[in-house]
Write a protein that binds this ligand. Structure first.
Ligand code: PLP
Length: 400
């Protein structure tokens, strides 16, 4: 009889992965399921990156690398931070891990004691609260609804800070809401942090390159150098370069934190994949045309999804500034009844209904801590997107 450890008692397998598995099972039964659930670009990894990986294999770079990244990759990352973010990180202030997810894990494992609090603006990427809990911390979830543009406000932050607060965790552009923080949006939050020197700031810049309508991405370490000594700037190659499977994420931050993170990594994975690291060097230092082309393509898809959703009575969708998700309000569907007599009581029931009736997989807002909403990932071809939206509209019409 297996007894799971108490540290995972309240943590389940990600809802997103569960919905993906259900959709895959339905597909195997021959149902024409369209999956708008996964947070993964549908584009292929650029050819120059693949070539660099093959060349690394041929050169014999198939062994353990230095613990938290090769000098070549750390240099490429430091150069990227300077070039794209105007932030200077020395090589001993840079760390590389097996995806940004492991960066977050290393950072929280290395810094959180039982009962320490992490403030997380909500809706949030599902893994944030689970990682904090596994590390013994307490996620402090602050609801930031559509009316506030899904953004955290300074007074909310001020109120949430206690002597136990260790971190504020920010994600711009956001998964799942697509909301992004301009310099003006960040400024009042950074002013609050300046007044609370015990609170550190972790920023997840994973979607920095996927921004629309000329939005100017900024990262807090560039906006407020006085905070740089307590900021961890997290990023990775997964989304910008369609490299989710290569598993390379990285961060810049103060050396004592970076060193503590290396301790965790040394007992977990020893180092990130040597081949993945060689590929990431090419992604960061090679031609960047890919990034702009994909951004334009995502923006066209975003426009298709947002305008189609807003024609459905009972659904309201804000125009996201970045990432490849819409987070639409489905409050108008709650309380309605499906043709089979089932009542749509929650956004989870609404997502179930769409999967069963429209054969479209979406993720309910409850998975991200805010209801009643649902997330669509539009990292899918335009034809499929149009078909999925047509089916969603038809399924909504059948609710009474
Ligand atoms: N951060 C955010 C906001 C994400 O949405 C994701 C992936 O979905 C990650 C981090 C994880 O990225 P990686 O593939 O580098 O682990």
């Amino acid at each position: 009889h297996f007894r799971p450890a108490s540290r995972i008692a309240s943590v389940g397998v990600s809802t997103i992965l569960e919905i993906g598995a259900r959709a895959a099972a339905m597909k195997r039964e021959g149902l024409p399921v369209i999956v708008l659930g996964a947070g993964e670009p549908d584009f292929d990894t650029p050819d120059n990156v693949k070539k660099a990986a093959k060349a690394a294999i041929e050169r014999g770079e198939t062994k353990y690398t230095p613990l938290d990244g090769t000098p070549e990759l750390k240099s490429a990352i430091a150069e990227k931070f300077r070039r794209e973010n105007s932030v200077d990180y020395a090589l001993n202030e840079v760390t590389v891990a097996t995806g940004a997810k492991q960066i977050l894990f290393n950072a929280f494992m290395a810094s959180i004691d039982p009962g320490d609090e992490v403030i997380i603006p909500t809706p949030f990427w599902t893994s944030y609260s689970d990682i904090v809990e596994i590390c013994g911390g307490v996620p402090v979830l602050i609801p930031c609804d559509g009316a506030a543009g899904f953004r955290l406000m300074a007074d909310q932050l001020e109120k949430a800070i206690t002597p136990k607060t260790r971190w504020l965790l920010m994600n711009s552009p956001s998964n799942p809401s697509g909301a992004a923080y301009s310099e003006a949006d960040y400024r009042p939050l950074l002013d609050v942090l300046l007044r609370h020197p015990h609170v550190w700031l972790m920023v997840d810049d994973m979607y920095e390159h996927i921004v629309y309508d000329g939005f100017e991405f900024v990262t807090p370490a560039a906006i407020e150098p006085r905070l740089k000594e307590r900021i961890l700037t997290v990023n990775g190659v997964s989304k910008a370069y369609a490299m989710t499977g290569w598993r390379i994420g990285y961060a810049g931050g103060p050396e004592p934190l970076i060193k503590a993170m290396a301790v965790i990594q040394s007992q977990a994975t020893s180092c990130p994949s040597s081949i993945g690291q060689a590929a990431a060097v090419e992604a960061l230092t090679g031609p960047q045309t890919f990034v702009g082309e994909r951004r334009r393509s995502f923006q066209r898809r975003r426009d298709i999804v947002v305008s189609a959703l807003n024609t459905i009575p009972g659904i309201a969708c804000r125009t996201p500034q970045g990432a490849f998700y819409t987070f639409a309000d489905c409050g108008g569907m709650i309380g309605r009844t499906a043709p089979n007599g089932k009542r749509i009581a929650t956004d989870t029931a609404f997502a179930d209904y769409l999967l069963e009736t429209a054969h479209v997989a979406v993720v309910p807002g409850s998975a991200f801590g805010l209801s009643p909403y649902f997330r669509i990932s539009y990292a899918t071809g335009k034809t499929e997107l149009r078909e999925a939206l047509r089916r969603i509209a038809d399924a909504c019409k059948m609710l009474s």
